[in-house]
Design a protein around this ligand. Structure first.
Ligand code: APR
Length: 240
């Protein structure tokens, strides 16, 4: 039997029920005086690397302290019956921790680090900050450069490899399931219309209406943790 090929495109709403607020909501407390665009920018990194690093470490700590939700677990569970690929805009590792084996991170990962000067990967110690602090000096590479997280900051180019993987994963899918994304940040937001153009049905899971809702083959207006368990079994009924 040939198994169904399912590609998932996830965004911040995927992790909301795990307790990770969206980036925009996360600029609170110590970092309130910054705009998100400012905090997650190469310019601020150059001017105040210790502030950006402290914020990253705090996000890292937060993600480590939460668990994958029923939505992440459902997607991982589908692998027993389907050929599943996950394309995510999220920089957390909750898909992997739930057990998904194929995950492409379009906007990088909060769990990979490299030198901002020579690019070498960093696997050394990270300061443990159970409470947010305002400034922490980033580790220094042997070349003298500062260590940065492998995330895509505003204005930076997206890495090419995960993007090519995402385009291919969409092209070979029998169905694209789009979960928890507002569908406004390109190029990721272009993947659902690319699927539709290729005749691939698109199922949207989002409690709210988005720019995709009208054109999606089906829009399931519910949360990830509620809608995803059982969705694979309902696919035939949903998309015919
Ligand atoms: N289940 C499913 N969807 C949800 C849930 C939930 N429990 N809670 C919220 N949502 C939906 C919201 O309705 C919204 O449409 O998730 C979406 C989150 O949208 P954004 O915060 O814009 O997240 P995303 O689409 O991932 O943003 C894209 O923008 O900030 C940059 O680089 C960052 O990767 C991010 C990109």
């Amino acid at each position: 039997m040939v198994s169904v090929r399912v590609t998932v495109l996830s965004g911040a709403g995927m992790s909301a029920e795990s307790g990770i607020e969206t980036f925009r909501d996360a600029v609170t407390g110590l970092w309130e005086r910054f705009d998100l665009d400012e905090l997650a920018s190469p310019q601020t990194w150059r001017r105040q690397p210790n502030v950006v690093w402290a914020w990253c470490l705090w996000r890292y700590h937060l993600v480590n302290s939460v668990e994958p939700n029923a939505g992440h677990k459902a997607i991982a569970d589908w692998q027993r019956r389907a050929d599943v690929r996950v394309v995510t805009q999220n920089i957390d590792n909750l898909h992997e921790r739930a057990g998904s084996a194929w995950v492409a991170h379009l906007h990088g990962s909060l769990f990979e680090f490299h030198c901002s000067r020579c690019g070498v990967e960093y696997h050394g110690e990270l300061a443990d900050i159970p409470e947010p602090v305002e400034a922490v000096d980033p580790p220094v590479c042997a070349c003298g450069g500062t260590i940065r997280p492998g995330v895509v900051w505003f204005g930076e180019a997206m890495p090419d490899e995960p993007w090519q993987q995402a385009v291919a994963a969409v092209a070979l899918a029998d169905v694209l399931i789009v979960v928890g994304t507002s569908g406004i940040v390109y190029p990721a937001a272009g993947l659902p219309s690319a699927a539709l153009t290729q005749g691939i049905p698109v199922v949207e899971v989002n409690p709210d209406v988005t720019p995709l809702s009208d054109s999606a083959t089906v829009a399931v207006h519910d949360t990830a943790a509620r809608a995803l368990p059982g969705l694979l079994e309902r696919l035939d009924e949903l998309i015919g």
